[in-house]
Design a binder for this molecule. Structure first.
Ligand SMILES: Nc1ncnc2c1ncn2[C@@H]1O[C@H](COP(=O)(O)OP(=O)(O)O)[C@@H](O)[C@H]1O
Ligand SMILES: [Mg+2]
Length: 221
């Protein structure tokens, strides 16, 4: 039995819109196991992104707790939170968020630089693994959407993360590129023994994981 790597307890999060607060997460409890591939599903506006960001250390909950292994994420100092995120977590977004002035390999090296590690060799290997050995020195603008997302996948792996969070990672891709990218992400998560948490509104894609958590009206069924 694998150990629990992410625990959420009674997570609440709302947004102030004018004078009103809109409740988005209304008390979410969950546990995700080491190595598990979990899809967060649900309709647009259901709170999937808010939930993922809250689990990922990117969005502070109003109430409730997130534990990464046995560390209580939001009671750590900002500095320790950043360190934990850099060492254990990585992120993939719908819009890739590559730095436009940096080449593919330089983009992949950013998390390693932040962590003070020399990963030149690994970066090249991972880019080769995602089929981009001929694109190492290209800028994002010189790459297709699918290629940019593969660079983002390589960047997500360079620090050998324990958890990869992905928010609609295939949302900007056509179905062929989208399924290639999703399959690559699932395969590489296995190879790197990483836990994968993916947000999608596509129930077909969600079937590819180990477990689907559906967010409905701010809760998980
Ligand atoms: N920064 C924000 N300010 C105000 N409302 C927000 C903010 N972020 C998200 N929301 C609202 O919270 C709800 C859930 O958003 P989100 O988590 O992005 O949903 P999903 O990813 O499932 O589409 C939506 O109604 C959205 O409009
Ligand atoms: Mg979203």
């Amino acid at each position: 039995m694998n150990k629990v790597i992410i625990t959420a307890q009674e997570l609440h999060r709302g947004y102030k819109v004018g004078k009103k607060t809109v409740e988005v997460l209304k008390g979410i409890d969950l546990e995700i196991l080491q190595g598990e591939k979990v899809f967060l599903c649900g309709p647009s506006g259901a709170g999937k992104t808010t939930l993922m960001y809250t689990l990922a250390g990117l969005e502070v909950p109003d109430r409730g707790e997130v534990l990464i292994e046995d560390q209580n994420l939001y009671t750590l100092s900002k500095r320790k939170q950043s360190k934990l995120r850099n060492a254990k977590m990585s992120y993939i977004f719908q819009n890739y968020y590559l730095l436009p002035e940096l080449t593919a390999i330089e983009n992949v090296l950013v998390p390693a630089l932040i962590g003070g590690k020399d990963r030149q060799k690994e970066a090249k290997e991972i880019l080769t693994r995602v089929g981009l050995s001929h694109r190492l020195d290209h800028l994002p603008a010189e790459l297709s959407g699918g290629e940019q997302q593969r660079v983002a996948i390589a960047r997500a792996l360079v620090n050998d993360p324990q958890i990869i969070f992905a928010d609609e990672p295939t949302g900007n891709l056509d179905s062929k590129n989208g399924s290639e990218v999703m399959n690559m992400l699932l395969e590489l998560s296995d190879e790197y023994n990483a836990t994968l948490v993916v947000v999608t509104h596509d129930p077909e894609l969600a079937k590819l994981g180990d477990r689907v958590l559906t967010v409905t009206d701010g809760k998980i069924d």
